[in-house]
Write a protein that binds this ligand. Structure first.
Ligand SMILES: *[C@@H]1O[C@H](CO)[C@@H](O)[C@H](O)[C@H]1NC(C)=O
Ligand SMILES: *[C@@H]1O[C@H](CO)[C@@H](O)[C@H](O)[C@H]1NC(C)=O
Ligand SMILES: *[C@@H]1O[C@H](CO)[C@@H](O)[C@H](O)[C@H]1NC(C)=O
Length: 199
């Protein structure tokens, strides 16, 4: 059997990929993602959901296809995965809720990481990271347990910014040795009820 160069690169990429949030449920790539990020990208992450964009480009030196639309698919926000593919997994949180998170790290890559509430419409962090590791994240083969199992607290200062599903995610972001990883948990918080008390 003969393997093409791109198939070999694909195998190498798969064996090299490193991390993902395993709980709560995160965005996964499906039809909505394929529509704006393209089929090459979608298949790449479907084959290995712990992979990262730098490997995607390395495995596809001739580009990732005409159906990749960088205006609609930001490979560095939630890996490019679209909300519509995760509409059935929207978490309902209240301000102050403590959310347990589990991360799977396949290969260590010393770097920094954080979990933040991100407004997906602007790709900006709302407030400050809920937890962050300024350095030494995933630096060892078995990272400290509190880097892969930890909790974050939903801020009490979100106001009505996260009441519409798809707008806000809890994004785990890890940058280690030039490789970027994100996993996104879609969530909403209830609309504030302040209006009710107006005279
Ligand atoms: C990632 O892929 C693995 C292997 O296909 C699968 O078992 C797992 O459920 C996926 N995890 C997520 C969070 O999508
Ligand atoms: C925190 O995560 C955001 C992405 O959500 C990233 O832009 C930022 O550089 C990260 N900051 C640190 C210190 O890790
Ligand atoms: C995580 O665990 C390490 C020991 O493995 C400890 O030194 C560190 O303070 C802990 N960090 C947090 C944020 O709990």
């Amino acid at each position: 059997m003969q393997l093409s160069v791109s198939a070999l690169l694909g195998l190498v990429a798969a064996a090299n990929a490193h991390g993902i949030v395993t709980s709560p449920a995160t965005r996964t790539p499906g039809d909505a993602t394929a529509a704006v990020c393209g089929r090459i990208m979608t298949k790449f992450y479907q084959a290995d959901n712990t992979s990262y964009p730098e490997a995607l480009f390395r495995a596809n030196p001739n580009g990732i296809g005409k159906d990749y639309n960088p205006n609609k698919c930001n490979l560095y926000l939630c890996r490019g995965y679209q909300f519509a593919d995760n509409a059935k997994n929207v978490q309902s949180y209240k301000p102050g809720d403590v959310v347990e998170m589990d991360v799977f790290i396949r290969i260590p890559h010393k770097g920094y990481a954080n979990v933040s509430v991100v407004d997906t419409t602007t790709n900006s962090i709302i407030g400050t990271p809920l937890i962050d590791w300024p350095d030494n994240y995933a630096a060892t083969l078995t990272p400290p347990a509190n880097q892969t199992k930890f909790s974050v607290t939903i801020p009490t200062t979100l106001g009505d910014k996260c009441t519409t599903a798809g707008t806000c995610v809890l994004q785990w972001y890890w940058l280690g040795q030039g490789q970027t990883y994100e996993s996104c948990v879609d969530f909403t918080t209830p609309k504030s009820t302040a209006m009710k008390f107006k005279a």
